[in-house]
Design a protein around this ligand. Structure first.
Ligand code: NAD
Length: 377
């Protein structure tokens, strides 16, 4: 089958990590008989340089016509002094809103191969894991198009006071919760709502909605945690979590914390999904935007040292959620794990930044080529 993919390499390490991911997709295509057509588009800093806009209208309109969107990263120090509405990161907000992708799924799993890269002690990990393994496997579902990042904001007349507003509708909360509950059905059947309901009225609405939606998922155990406690529990006992559902702001922070526990921000993929009933849904599958959770990492851009696995694993999520190609998605995930099994490490996931026993430090390109080779076997 043919699939059209809007491809936004973006800035910094974006193009470096996108290249191996498309190489992997092409290999999947050859092996399983699919054709992936890429439509390369500009967004972020490079788009500001060429058009003056972080998200040119043509980019958004073309992306809407495609079956899915794969993005590297946007941003960089050279655009940091621009006013907020012209910053590269605005492109992300515009794409999420324009494509109607409202739920961001961020899996965070400690792979046994990367145990040494996780900063948590064995005994702490073991205390939370019923199977007696120093591992964890959780999924953060973050609301993506509401809350503080999209609420009313401003300054007073003399500019020395500022405000941002957290606003959520029942509709926005309910559809996000449902994504979380559906995901929990296929996992360990536990869902934890993270909020600040002891202080925030919007959080109290999240809890009310959860109490109602939970009735449709009787097999799933629902729990509640305040964000401050959740941030602590994630370090003290990550194995207790299965699916975490939370707001835009809290999800942004918690998922970066979770990424640090897996060893490196460069390892983690993400999927941002719309509703299967939206006009932009294709073949009954929701519109999806796929990207690693890291940024453009200007400090390592152009050096061929960025970890491409977060982007390669994002492509695997695209195969699964947007194209329904589960077998192919697993093949990519297995090939990435096999590359780690073979001892290959980019610098960020090598033991203490240098090659440990049986570890071989490779660059971005070499890691991508290894995954491709393993996929071909
Ligand atoms: P970052 O994620 O780019 O980098 C944080 C740290 O992680 C850096 O030390 C970087 O070298 C390292 N890192 C990130 N990705 C890596 C990878 N694949 N392999 C190895 N190491 C990796 O966050 P930042 O430095 O706060 O932001 C840099 C720019 O990216 C900013 O302009 C920011 O606004 C933007 N940003 C974009 C996105 C996005 O496009 N989705 C997300 C976050 C930040």
């Amino acid at each position: 089958m043919n699939y059209s993919i809007a491809l936004i390499p973006g800035d910094g390490i974006g193009p470096e990590v996108i290249a191996p991911a498309t190489g992997v997709l092409d290999t999947v295509g050859d092996r399983y008989g699919h054709v992936f057509n890429y439509i390369e588009l500009e967004a972020g800093g490079c788009a500001i340089d060429s058009t003056g806009e972080p998200l040119p209208n043509e980019t958004l309109e073309t992306a809407k016509q495609c079956d899915a969107l794969l993005l590297g990263a946007v941003g960089g120090t050279q655009w940091e002094t621009l006013p907020g509405r012209l910053r590269p990161e605005r492109a992300l907000l515009g794409l999420r809103a324009g494509l109607g992708v409202f739920a961001n799924l961020r899996p965070a799993k400690l792979l046994p191969q990367l145990r040494s890269a996780c900063p948590i002690k064995d005994e702490v990990l073991l205390s939370g894991n019923r199977e007696g393994k120093p591992e964890f496997d959780l999924l953060i579902v973050r609301e993506l198009t509401g809350g503080l990042y999209f609420g009313k904001r401003g300054r007073n007349a003399d500019g020395n006071a500022a405000f941002d507003t957290e606003t959520y509708s029942w509709f926005e909360i309910e559809r996000t919760l449902r994504v979380g509950y559906e995901a929990a059905e296929y996992r360990r059947k536990k869902l934890c709502l993270v909020d600040k309901a002891n202080v925030l009225e919007s959080s109290r609405l999240w809890r009310e909605a959860a109490a109602v939606v939970a009735k449709d998922y009787p097999g799933i155990e629902t729990s509640f945690l305040y964000i401050d406690n959740a941030a602590m529990q994630l370090i003290r006992n990550p194995g207790q979590f299965d699916v975490i559902v939370t707001s835009n702001l809290f999800g942004d922070i918690l998922s970066d914390e979770a990424s640090a526990l897996t060893g490196s921000i460069g390892m983690l993929p993400s999927a941002s999904l719309g509703s299967p009933h939206d006009p932009l849904a294709k073949n009954g599958r929701p519109m999806g935007m796929y990207e690693p959770i890291h940024g453009s990492a200007p400090d390592i851009a152009g050096k061929d040292i960025a970890n491409p696995l977060g982007t390669i694993l994002s492509a695997a999520l695209m195969l699964r959620y947007s194209f329904g190609l589960e077998k192919e998605a697993r093949a990519v995930e297995d090939a990435a794990a096999a590359a780690l099994d073979a001892g290959l490490r980019t610098r960020d996931i090598a033991s203490r930044g240098t090659a440990g026993v049986n570890e071989n430090i490779v660059g971005t390109r070499e890691m991508g080529e290894a995954v491709i080779k393993l996929l071909e076997q």
